[in-house]
Design a protein. Structure first.
Length: 325
């Protein structure tokens, strides 16, 4: 009799749990962005939030939890209840933080559930307008001749421009002088003014300056050329001699470790639907981003991708010896 009652109780609990998962989400979801409002990641997250609202049938609240190169917001999600109501949008910094921050309070990707990659975008190596080099071959010779005298700007330690610059130096087997700024805007201003020599910046930020002939373009960091008019004469770095050079800024969606499988399945399904939304695709393309459509939309493959990126960047960051803590 007692065993029968326990069995019935177990069925009731299981049914209640199944019902709870079936009704997910039954309240607003918080989407944590570990960077300031108005920045590229914040813009992407807000557009994604609107696209996710439709398949999930709930309001998505964006929470900017900023600081320490995105690690404060990421830690917040890692510590959140694993119920699917707190999610994280983060960029390539998800994979580079373990190497940049030697005392990181969370593990990547162990403390997260990967839900799928969102987008990716290449950068462009650009130079000050008075730089003597007119193509990448000439730039490569100039860098080789000047070494540490070459100043390469970035938007701050751990930023996409910083990481791209490190990878460029690694590929060229040289060391330049890194000049970190507090954001892309001041770095670009000094590049245009000639106070620094080079910068590796996302295409969406670089193209207006290239079109205005305020900077020179030397190479695209993806394996494919870009169809943008301003870059029609700019080759990829891979085609220019740095074989297989491929550095792209990407964004992914994450949940806390331990989030129930049925909830993860619903979230991934919603993400797949959101990334097919014509309005979202239009907004992404306007930012110079490409919506991911390959196997990295699958949570397992997303996790493998993050692991591979983490290992790749750990080597580059260790070689450079440039840490954020």
């Amino acid at each position: 009799m007692i065993n029968s009652m326990r069995f019935i109780a177990g069925l009731v609990c299981a049914s209640a749990a199944s019902l709870a998962f079936a009704e997910f989400p039954d309240k607003p979801i918080t989407l944590v962005v570990p960077f300031a409002a108005g920045g590229p990641t914040d813009k992407i997250a807000r557009d994604l939030a609107e696209a996710l609202r439709k398949p999930l049938g709930q309001t998505i609240i964006v929470d900017n939890a900023i600081g320490a190169g995105g690690t404060i917001g990421s830690a917040k999600v890692a510590r959140s209840a694993p119920d699917g109501y707190t999610l994280l949008v983060n960029h390539i910094g998800m994979a580079t933080a373990p190497a940049l921050y030697r005392k990181l309070s969370y593990k990547v990707p162990d403390d997260f559930e990967t839900l799928g990659l969102i987008n990716e975008a290449p950068s462009v190596v650009i130079g000050k307008p008075t730089l003597a080099a007119n193509n990448f071959a000439e730039l490569r010779q100039w860098i080789a001749a000047n070494g540490r005298k070459v100043n390469i700007a970035n938007a701050g330690l751990g930023s996409a421009s910083h990481l791209c610059g490190l990878m460029l130096q690694s590929a060229l087997k040289t060391t330049m002088t890194s000049v970190p700024y507090k954001g892309t805007a001041p770095a670009m201003t000094d590049l245009i003014g000639g106070q620094v020599d080079l910068m590796c910046e996302q295409a969406v930020n670089a193209v207006p300056q290239i079109e205005g002939k305020k900077v020179k373009s030397y190479g695209i960091t993806s394996l494919q050329r870009l169809s943008l008019p301003a870059l029609k004469d700019t080759s990829t770095l891979s085609d220019s001699g740095l074989k297989d050079f491929n550095v792209q800024v990407w964004h992914g969606l994450y949940a806390p470790k331990g989030t129930p499988a049925p909830v993860l399945a619903k979230l991934n399904s919603a993400l797949l639907a959101a990334l097919k939304d014509p309005e979202l695709i239009k907004r992404e393309e306007a930012l110079g981003l490409t919506v991911v459509t390959d196997e990295r939309l699958d949570p397992v493959n997303h996790r493998k991708f993050v692991e591979a990126e983490k290992n790749r960047w750990a080597k580059v960051i260790k070689e450079a010896g440039e840490y954020a803590d």
